[in-house]
Design a protein around this ligand. Sequence first.
Ligand SMILES: [Zn+2]
Length: 189
Amino acid sequence: MQKNATGGNSGKMNNKNSQSPAASLAPAENLVSVTHLASGHAKISPMQAAMEEARAAEARGEVPIGAVITHKNRIIARAGNRTREINDPTAHAEILAIRIACEALENERLGDCDLYVTLEPCAMCAAAISFARIRRLYYASSDPKGGGVEYGPRFYSQPTCHHAPEVYSGIGEAEATDMLKRFFQEKRK
Ligand SMILES: [Zn+2]
């Protein structure tokens, strides 16, 4: 297994990870099929499952953010924020989902996995997604205040980023944005 040599990679974004057996599926094809994934009992899209996790997080008194990881069109990990519950500032939905998926696949890399999250990942999670070699990142709402993908450090555009996932945003945006807005309005009351 090849580790990143420091200073390698000549500052070019490396989307095509040679280790990733990923792309037997064309992106467009996959975009269609992922909306018909089965998760356990009911047929539910990965983003809908992420929304469910966000709602469950809210019910636990956490910031309502949820994440799901798929592998070969199957949901293998789902999680919501748990920072308060376990007193861990790194317990964001994405980090927890990555841990679950790595354990499930017994691998520190998730090269043919896709991650769905209800809000643009922060810089920490954007980095973790890169380190995990996740193939595609889908998020619902952008986060001008705390995001690290299209806002803030724009992690995947930096020359020090050695793996950037394909990024798709805006799926289920209205629902995710509403949930967060309601949450912070309630908090201010
Ligand atoms: Zn995060």
